[in-house]
Design a protein around this ligand. Sequence first.
Ligand SMILES: CC(C)(COP(=O)(O)OP(=O)(O)OC[C@H]1O[C@@H](n2cnc3c(N)ncnc32)[C@H](O)[C@@H]1OP(=O)(O)O)[C@@H](O)C(=O)NCCC(=O)NCCS
Length: 201
Amino acid sequence: MSEPMGWPEDPDAPRPEPAKSLLVEEGLEISVPMEGDALELFNLVDENRAYLREWLPWLDDVNSVDDEVAMIRSLSEPNPDDFRFYLIRQSGEIVGVISMNWVDYHNRSFGLGYWVSQSSAGRGIITKACSRLMDHCFDDLKLHRSVIEAAVENYPSRAIAERLGMRLEGISKDREWLYDHFTDSSLYAITAPEWKSRHQG
Ligand SMILES: CC(C)(COP(=O)(O)OP(=O)(O)OC[C@H]1O[C@@H](n2cnc3c(N)ncnc32)[C@H](O)[C@@H]1OP(=O)(O)O)[C@@H](O)C(=O)NCCC(=O)NCCS
């Protein structure tokens, strides 16, 4: 007897659920936050506020530990974009965040977002975390297309997409409102077959 078809061949089959945690390499892991992580996460955001504010739009919405608790609680509620949020921990300490900002299950595509503290930047942490999460999305969740959007002048973020082998598909005019101005974004993408031939041989 043949194996039953799973999602996506059978669209009525249950979809695989994103992992709660993933090992990136020895000492580096990503995991969904618990309410008990709110204080450590808030302190990291607060220490890096000016640095993060240059390119991320939500800093004015995070002003207390309670704001982080509320954000973490909201992650367990279903949300229209299927937003998923992981803490990046190095040797147990939170050093940044990586998220699936949206998942479009009908078209099997997803968009990634990330940040790392200023003191942990320049070590490849985000490139490696993206690579691990993309392996999971393509191999385990059966998604097909990964997207990263970075402001045209956010060269460190664009370098991540380029290091991952993603294709620059275009520039989106006035894509994001950042406090008092719009920024143009570079849209990078890679498909599962392209990823597999590049990264998995
Ligand atoms: C964008 C951002 C995440 C980039 O962080 P980053 O530390 O430069 O990115 P990576 O973790 O991939 O590290 C790359 C650096 O580590 C180095 N590196 C060391 N070991 C590495 C490895 N094994 N693999 C890849 N890079 C490695 C690279 O050479 C590179 O250094 P360079 O900048 O001197 O060329 C960070 O600048 C940030 O958080 N900015 C503020 C928020 C933000 O802009 N978020 C993105 C919005 S779209």
